[in-house]
Design a protein around this ligand. Sequence first.
Ligand SMILES: [Zn+2]
Length: 376
Amino acid sequence: MRCKRCFNQKEIYFYLGSKGYYCRKCSNFKRLLLEEELIVNDYNVNKNADYQLPFILTDNQLKISESLLENLINGNDVVLNCVCGAGKTEITLKAISYYLKKGLKVCFAISRKEVVVQLHQRFSNYFKDLKVIKLYGGNCKEVYGDLIICTCHQLYRYYKYFDLLILDEVDAFPFKNNDVLFNIALNSCKGRVVYSSATIEQDLKAKFKINTVELRLNKRPHNYNLIVPKLFWLPKFISLIIIFLILLKTKEKWLVFLSTKNKTLKFYQFFKYFIKCDYITSSSLNKELIIDKFEQNKINILFTTSILERGVTFENVNVMVFESNDDIFDVSSLTQIAGRVGRSKNYPFGKVYFFFDFINKEIIEVKNTIINRNLD
Ligand SMILES: [Zn+2]
């Protein structure tokens, strides 16, 4: 027995229901009977896929962008390993346009709904003549369009459909350690796959097919170096005093990352008596409002869980992580957090502080990787 959708072959996951056997490993997507055929759909793509960028790509970006397309044409899948803020999305446009102009089907999939919404807006602006559609939990009435932007969890709706599938942030939740989702994603595609991220670790590379080429971009468009984290190996209470003093005196903008929702709230409840600040967690009801306030400098200190570790860009921001040795912060998330700083060409500098009471290999790896990428 083998599930057509998630490739599961373990018999214990096959259950006999009233209509026949089905795979329980992927049944939370939509129950699929073992003998049921997956439907291959078709759609006529609008080939008017010229695009307009509001800015010019740098030489480095152009080179990677051309190399990406060349590799795809040559039949290679590609790992796109670009530092945070290198402009990954724009680098993929040339390939996307090439595919669409041939009437082929393209999807850009990413983990989080908020990013799908943002990207949908961006792609709609770039490709003025196309019907760009967005899909995520709660918004999936329209499944077919010229260019599809969706969360990874929506890919089960397509079977051997895409000629080009761009999987962004493959190193992060929910892809990380989720083979079912990973296989469902691959199953949605009959052509080439682009795996994109700022940190692609060895265990993930093992999953990729053999003919996968890695393209690296170590420079941001403004050509300044990535900010190297400053490490503070201190007892917790001393870290707390230092953080308190920094935040009390600062006139700069800081994102303060905490390991749990509860700690985020507690920091806010304490600090609000001393400084103008706010906090944001996955439970915050008015997330956009808080982000807007921070963006417009109405507050300059924001306490946050890892919810703001990727996808968002603030100009002129500094970051600190309290208890950066906590299990919740892995190499990928610490790299992303550090990558929030210095993205804009108006403010290419800033501070990245990691506070911890015991150093671990993740912290060392993040620092060393950033230093090495700056040397390239
Ligand atoms: Zn399955």
